[in-house]
Design a protein. Structure first.
Ligand code: ADP
Length: 474
């Protein structure tokens, strides 16, 4: 089973969100199951070649793009901590300057410049395949970045696309794509003068899957389909949902070097030190009787800020501490800043940056984790939170529905609310405050979360089955 896994993000080389985590954890799990899987990404400017040793294996390969000949080089590295090979394509003009996206949160995916980067990456992958001795049977594409690959790939390759988030589609003006790729318009499925990369992936991939069972069903509806529900409907029998796992070696409270004190479900009291030290570094009162509510993630509408900010405003009257780590939409940064400044500067800590070390400290020191998403394909933060003993407060949608089980004594691992509105979220927050006063209940909740098996193994087996289906039945 030879698979080329094509991704726009890959941890730890270049990470913005969950796609990077999945790209770093799923291939090693498939490798363990016997697949010869290799990853290919752009060699972005931010990738530190001092930190990640790499070797140039191909140079000066020509790629036609926008009517011009461009040269690319191919580097080879090993995914840290494992044996999976990573290919990195270098090209100064389109791929190798700066970070992954023009924006901080992937929302720039419809820009012409973004098309140039990922359109160029797509055709470069195909050129690399012409020059590489190793040949995959399957090209595993991910999200809009690689949306045109299933359409453009020669038919001897089988293709599968994983949709990590349907909201980001790569919607480009038709003439931009047509002039860059020098292809006949007839092979595309333009809509309102636009070619939509993710739509092409949906219509052209051998198989399609998304990152939870619940989201696979939701995206067939108008509410969650982001305008692509009818296209997905035509591919319904080839569409499936496989829940993401976590890299349980990386996200491991027993060994994590980013946290203040390691702990496990068997010595959970050691966790308290993480809370105390987190309070200290954030400038909070060092009081173990005050619950900390944490959030880590992209600041986007998806993550629920429109209900979270007003709900927090009411909550902060209570004895609470709130820490937010994230970057993205400046609008939400301003709203959060205004609200923190207005009232309760000492109780809320805002950190508008990307900081993996701080993220781990928040997971290990918070009591509760805020996941009020409007929609959530899978979501990793609730799983990481649970693994580190923080109790998620989550809306029942997408992957949150599949992973967070509402606490009804003695079962459950989180607090779940149904509707995307302030009232339901506030009720959930109040329930959290009540549970916080009943230490035994809280301990049960923490332990239930920490006991869940979040490893990739089960899910990787399902991907393996999809690969088999692609090879043997298509
Ligand atoms: P999404 O894929 O929608 O961004 P997920 O919950 O699936 O959301 O994954 C988010 C991942 O990115 C998690 O590993 C989270 O810890 C990490 N992350 C997001 N924002 C930050 C940040 N500002 N600093 C550190 N890690 C972050």
């Amino acid at each position: 089973m030879k698979v080329l896994f094509v991704s726009g993000e890959l941890a730890p080389f270049a990470k913005v969100g969950g796609l990077a985590d999945v790209a770093a954890a799923l291939p090693p799990a498939l490798f363990e199951l016997g697949a010869d899987i290799r990853i290919i990404i752009p060699r972005y400017g931010i990738i530190d070649s001092g930190k990640y040793p790499m070797e140039k294996i191909l140079s000066g390969i020509e790629v036609e793009f926008k009517g011009e000949k461009n040269k690319i080089n191919l580097f080879q590295a090993v995914l840290p901590g494992g044996s999976v090979m990573v290919y990195l394509i270098e090209n100064e003009r389109y791929l190798s300057k700066g970070g992954v996206y023009l924006s901080e949160d992937a929302s720039s995916c419809g820009n012409e410049a973004e098309f140039e980067r990922f359109g160029f990456f797509t055709v470069s992958v195909l050129e690399i395949l012409k020059n590489l001795e190793w040949q995959p049977q399957i090209i595993h594409c991910n999200d809009w970045h690689t949306g045109l690959l299933p359409l453009l790939a020669p038919k001897n390759f089988r293709t599968i696309t994983t949709i990590h988030n349907l909201a980001y589609q790569g919607r480009y003006r038709e003439e931009i794509v047509l002039s860059a790729l020098d292809k006949d318009k007839k092979i595309f499925h333009p809509k309102d003068g636009h070619i939509i990369a993710l739509r092409e992936a949906i219509l052209n991939s051998g198989l399609i899957n998304t990152v939870s069972l619940a989201y696979a069903k939701e995206i067939l509806t108008e509410e969650f389909g982001c305008g692509l529900e009818k296209d997905l409907e035509t591919r319904k029998k080839d569409l499936s949902g496989i829940l993401n796992g976590l890299d349980i070696n990386l996200f491991n409270p027993e060994t994590d070097t980013d946290i203040f004190r390691n702990f496990s479900v068997n010595n959970i009291s050691a966790r308290e030190e993480n809370k105390a030290r987190l309070q200290k570094i954030l400038g909070f009162a060092e009081d173990k009787n005050i619950p900390i509510f944490g959030f880590v993630g992209r600041l986007t509408e998806q993550k629920g800020f429109d209900i979270l900010i007003p709900a927090l405003e009411e909550m902060l009257g209570e004895n609470t501490q709130i820490v937010i780590l994230g970057s993205g939409d400046k609008n939400y940064e301003e709203k959060l800043t205004a609200f923190a400044r207005k009232n309760f500067a000492a109780k809320i800590s805002l950190n508008f940056k990307f900081d993996t070390g701080l993220a781990q400290k928040i997971y290990s020191g918070s009591d509760f984790f805020l996941v009020p998403s409007r929609f959530e394909p899978c979501g990793l933060i609730q799983m990481i939170a649970m693994r580190y003993g923080a109790v998620p407060i989550a809306r029942r949608t997408g992957g949150l529905r599949d992973t967070v089980i509402n606490y009804i004594e003695p079962d459950g691992n989180g607090i779940v609310f149904e509707k995307y509105d302030i009232k339901d979220l506030l009720e959930a927050l109040k329930k959290a405050m009540e549970i916080y006063q009943e230490k035994e209940k809280l301990l049960i909740l923490r332990k239930n979360g920490m006991a869940v098996d979040f490893s990739w193994r089960k899910s990787a087996m399902k991907y393996f089955e999809l690969y088999q289906k692609l090879i043997f039945t298509r």
